[in-house]
Every structure is written in structure tokens, then in C-alpha cells.
Design a protein around this ligand. Sequence first.
Ligand code: ADE
Length: 249
Amino acid sequence: MIVHVITLFPDLIEAFAASSIMGRASEKGLLKVKAWHLRDFADDKHKTVDDTPYGGGAGIVLKPDVLYKAVSEVKKQIREEKSANVPVVLTSPQGRMFKSEVAKEYAAVHEWIVICGHYGGVDQRFIDACVTDEVSIGDYVLTGGELPAMCMIDAASRFIPGVLGNLESAEKDSFEEDLLGYPLYTKPAVFNGLEPPAALLSGHHAEIEKWRRMKRLEITSLRRPDLLKAADMSEDEIKFVRGLKDKKV
Ligand code: ADE
């Protein structure tokens, strides 16, 4: 997966892309994150990338001409026959909500561009002309789009085969099978006088899997009952979940 990030803070994106699992994926050639500095596409001597909004009001708006030039230049670097269909994603609190299934969608796209929104927003004419997808990472407003861009790249990368080792497999993650994750325990065997649940020490694979599945159902039912509507459950599991109604985790 190749992701071109157009940003006013390329250092942030580069540091993220070089660290931890993202860094390892880049070394293995599974991920390439290229940060483009928006200011490099401004043509006046002050390198202006933003201006005041027409109609007045607070905030500063990213200029459409500078953004357009940036996207055009990035597309030139992408092989010609592909560049017409490359997703151009804008991070924005007005966008569609970024969820696990959206991360999977992007993981399946070979190359995409993400524009980090900033300040008051982005000129609508640029959005109408170039942006294929506006994405929000949650119902709160951040000062910039770098964190959302990094969230998207991180979450999408986890679905690329080979990015996670076996130990970190995405299969039993929260949101897989529309359920939250199960509780985890590690050494020491006794902490604060408490031992891990007996099922996990049993050594019986089937018993461990059953305990984990029940815990996922329990936690999801108590914390995110909305997710359960899409989950695939057996008759017994549906009964189990119904019996949990008033319990707290
Ligand atoms: N920019 C500012 N807030 C944002 C959010 N919640 N999601 C995506 N981009 C943003």
C-alpha cells in the first residue's frame, strides 16, 4: 500500500511511518508512506497556503489553488493509467465515519492520497473538484488532519497480509466479527492477589476459545449493544446475551 500524505507537518508523518509496526512494514516493502509538504506548492514568496474566509467569520481556510497543485503533482508521480482512479481522501469532521470496514477498504487500495485538513477548513471548490472521500475519525474536532491520517494508515495497514506477525494477528481484534475484544492476562501468575481466569490456564484450546467468545459477547452486549445487531450468533449465544441485560463489566 502506498499512501501519499499532503500535510503542513511532514515531519510528524515521517516519524510515524518510521516507527514501530509501520516502520517494520515499510522496511519489508509492504507499506510506503510519502509525506508531501503543502507549502512547497505555494507560489508566492511568503509560501501562503491559507487565507481568510469569504463572508467573514473565524478561522483560516486552506487555498484551493495550492491544494490543487499539490494533488496534481502527486498524481503525476503515480503511474498515468492509475492516477485517474486514485482515491483522494480529505480528513474532516464532516466526513463519513472511519470504522474497521473502511480501514479494510483502504487496505485493498494499492495507492491513495490523503490530504490533512487544517485550521478553519478547506475551500469547497477544491473539495468538489478533487476529493473522492471525506473521512472523520470521530465526533470531535482536532486542530489538524495529521492524527486522522495516521489513524487511517495505521488501521488500514493492519489488514495488509504480512504487516502483523502471527502474535499480533488482526483476526481476533476488537470489531472483527462485529464484536469487541476479550480481556487479556499475562505474567506474573498472581498480581494484586488475583490469578488469571481458570479457563485460560486449562490448556484446553476449545475451552479457552469458548471463554474468549463468551467474554466478547458479554463485553459487547454491555458496552456496545449496537454492534451486536450485525454479529453472527448461535441460538445459545443469543440466549446468553439476553440473560446479561442488567450486568455491568
Ligand atoms: N479534522 C479535525 N477533526 C477531525 C476529525 N474528527 N476527523 C477527521 N479530521 C478531522
